[in-house]
Design a protein around this ligand. Structure first.
Ligand code: T4K
Length: 410
């Protein structure tokens, strides 16, 4: 525990943690079962192109989320690109700016213009009233993002999409194994896209999936995902390569066997963070609706600088110096990133809640890589900083200044 200002690592003290604690440190199921599966696929000499592990993985995911079709992908970004194309989106598509930049890039990559919409200040999800205001004659679709795995207002978005003749999709990168109204995420809109990236609570090393109840859409996606091949030498459609390989599917099958353990670990950690930070002025840990099925994968703080006496950025720098690599997802918002910022530098005038959130949120480590004692220590560090006098906080602000945090690799 740190007791004095000078003990903080930014002021030359020893970092509290000897090794970096990452937000996205991957979960891993039974290592031996993974190795057995990898031996199998090596012996079989079938490494990719719709192999048996990929087919089994697709069936299991479809069953789990209660949809008719799952098309496994090399990552969610490719999944978003393909499904947007397969559904004929063009012109403008409305998305939140408060999302990982992949949601926007997947559209822009194929000359579809992302139109950034503000989010609801509490749920952090796309605001349906704002969606209505952003619709123009060029709009062809809406992509809701279930940010942090907390579902969007699917009913209102569906009502708007139907009334205005728009296609509704969901970027469900964060929301694997979550429900809304007791219904699994995966079955909403025309399709939903999961990410199984290493940093997600459930991972396939890299990977993703498009899930849909539309059989024709799934057939089209399968064609597009494999260069448009319909049997040997017969290309019937414009396609690309978005396939998941067998090693990734082996990891997916192995991790699916531990899905409940991963959720339980996250839930335990989430409760520990909330308990340890309860009543700390200026810090709120975002809440999950425990009456629904949640994956609890993101521990997100909102820092109110006025109450806390330190800004989110100062706190983040201090934590980084102590080897807690907290992340300010999704700062600065897609609208503040290129090429979107240069295309329209005035986006932020339309996005007050996004702007506010981008200056307040901070994600903390979660998952198997972290335990209760480390959570207590991280929270004690936060409480120690927030408990300093105004003069001491002022000094810290000067020390950390406007430095940009550096990416730490290991
Ligand atoms: N839509 C949404 C809403 C998303 O959040 C994402 C991805 C996508 C779409 C696209 O999904 P994919 O195409 O990736 O399937 C990370 C992930 O790379 C990205 O998948 C994720 N969202 C995003 C929220 O987080 P970065 O830029 O923060 O990655 P990076 O390299 O800084 O890693 C994050 C942390 O995890 C670091 O502290 C290091 C640690 N880490 C990372 C890896 C890869 C590990 O400890 N071990 C590892 O193996 O984007």
């Amino acid at each position: 525990m740190k007791n004095q200002l000078e003990e903080l690592a930014v002021l030359g003290g020893k970092p509290f943690f000897a090794r970096p604690l990452h937000v996205g440190s991957p979960n891993l199921g039974d290592r031996r079962r993974l190795m057995t599966r990898i031996e199998d696929l090596l012996n079989r000499r079938w490494f990719t192109n719709n192999g048996p592990f990929v087919r089994e993985f697709e069936q299991r995911v479809a069953y789990l989320v209660n949809v008719r079709n799952c098309v496994a992908m090399c990552n969610a970004t490719k999944g978003l690109e393909l499904v947007a194309r397969a559904l004929g989106l063009h012109g403008e598509v409305i998305i939140p700016s408060f999302t990982f930049v992949a949601t926007a890039h997947a559209l822009q990559w194929q000359q579809i213009t992302p139109i950034f919409c503000d989010v609801d200040a509490t749920s952090h999800n796309i605001d349906p009233d704002c969606v209505e205001r952003m619709i123009t004659p060029k709009t062809t679709g809406i992509i809701g993002v279930h940010v942090w795995g907390r579902p969007c207002n699917t009913e209102r978005l569906a009502e708007i999409a139907t009334r205005r003749g728009l296609t509704l999709l969901f970027d469900a990168a964060h929301a694997f194994s979550c429900t809304r109204g007791g219904r699994m995420i995966g079955g909403f809109g025309a399709a939903e896209v999961f990410s199984f990236h290493a940093t997600k609570f459930f991972n396939t090393f890299e990977g993703g999936a498009v899930v849909t109840n539309d059989d024709a859409l799934a057939r089209k996606l399968r064609l597009m995902n494999n260069f448009g091949f319909s049997g040997y030498d017969n290309v019937i459609y414009l396609g690309t390569n978005g396939k998941m390989n067998e090693v990734c599917a082996a990891m997916g099958l192995t991790n699916l066997e531990c899905l409940e353990d991963f959720v339980e670990t996250n839930r335990r950690n989430y409760r520990a963070y909330r308990q340890n930070l309860a009543g700390v002025s200026g810090v709120t840990v975002i809440e999950y609706d425990e009456t629904e099925r949640c994956n609890y994968q993101y521990i997100v703080l909102e820092i109110d600088e006025k109450q806390a006496g330190v800004s989110r950025d100062t706190l983040m720098h201090l934590l980084h110096a102590e080897n807690v690599l907290a992340r300010r997802y999704f700062y600065p918002g897609c609208h503040g990133m290129e090429p979107y910022h240069s295309d329209f530098p005035h986006w932020e005038l339309l996005l007050p809640n996004t702007r506010r959130l981008c200056s307040r949120v901070l994600s903390l480590p979660n998952g198997q890589a972290i335990g209760e004692s480390q959570i207590q220590e991280i929270c004690s560090l936060i409480k120690f900083v927030l408990g300093l006098s105004l003069r001491e906080k002022g000094r810290l602000k000067e020390v950390v200044g406007a430095e940009e945090p550096e990416a730490v690799l290991v």
